[in-house]
Design a protein. Sequence first.
Length: 83
Amino acid sequence: MKSTNERSLRYQVEKWLAPGSAAPIHVTEFSRTRSGRRRYVCVSTSQGADSRALFFFRHDDGFWCVFPPAPDSARMPGRRLAA
């Protein structure tokens, strides 16, 4: 089981972007997805010619991950039954 610390956005940013003290990080975008209204954040860092950016998505369990959550099947349209 992951610790509470591993759920945080800060932990994920440090894990994936590994910003050093000389490379500050910036939140360049944050909002909600169109489908599912799930939160996401784009974080970037640059040092000289090297620049990186990643999107982080908040999952229903409170974890932030670099991959979006699976679609909510309850919100997906069902097939119409033939009458």
